[in-house]
Design a protein around this ligand. Structure first.
Ligand SMILES: [Fe+2]
Ligand SMILES: [Fe+2]
Length: 190
């Protein structure tokens, strides 16, 4: 009994009335990551619809395939851990595609600027989650760490494709960053 109490307090030591529990934190993480990976997959699908025959098509398809893997992993976690998906999931499905399609329509550099902006927010988001997890949930930690490394690779691909040369790069980046952060905040809660 004493041992069980000790074990419980280790993960919930800082839980105060009104705070969410460790289990709820994990559910939130899976919910938001599932929504985010859906959005990312749809961004690259939208980009490919426009740039499927361009010189960057192969590179975008490579990133799209990695997003497929990321999404599949979180879809499995949603089922295995019985987590409610974000109620806004259908919105991210449409908004992700629209964002990818719209930026690609502005040209390859705009598509790559979108990639940089989104992926840097996801990188920061996954870094924050890893910090929050600490030594807990080693399997989830490993998944997030692997995906984070690939999101960083995507961001670097965008930079290598001269995203920053886009004349309105700063504005587009700021707008997409703000939108992505809002989507994350909402998906954790709704
Ligand atoms: Fe991803
Ligand atoms: Fe990515």
């Amino acid at each position: 009994m004493k041992k069980a109490f000790k074990k419980k307090t280790k993960t919930q030591a800082t839980t105060l009335p009104g705070d969410i529990t460790h289990a709820q934190k994990i559910e939130r993480m899976i919910r938001v990551d599932h929504a985010g990976e859906c959005g990312a997959q749809r961004i690259y699908a939208g980009q490919l619809a426009v740039l499927g025959n361009s010189k960057s098509a192969k590179t975008i398809a490579h990133m799209a395939r990695q997003e497929d893997t990321h999404l599949a992993a979180f879809e499995k976690l949603i089922v295995d851990k019985n987590v409610r998906p974000s109620a806004l999931h259908p919105l991210w499905h449409i908004a992700g595609y629209a964002l990818g399609y719209a930026t690609a329509s502005l040209g390859e550099k705009a598509a790559m600027a979108c990639t940089v902006a989104v992926e840097e927010v996801i990188d920061e988001h996954y870094a924050a989650q890893l910090k929050q997890l600490g030594d807990n949930e080693p399997t989830l930690r490993k998944t997030i760490a692997q995906f984070r490394a690939e999101e960083i690779e995507h961001k670097q691909i965008g930079l290598n494709h001269k995203a920053e040369d886009l004349p309105y790069y700063s504005v587009l980046r700021a707008v997409i960053r703000a939108g992505s952060k809002t989507a994350i905040w909402l998906s954790e809660r709704v």
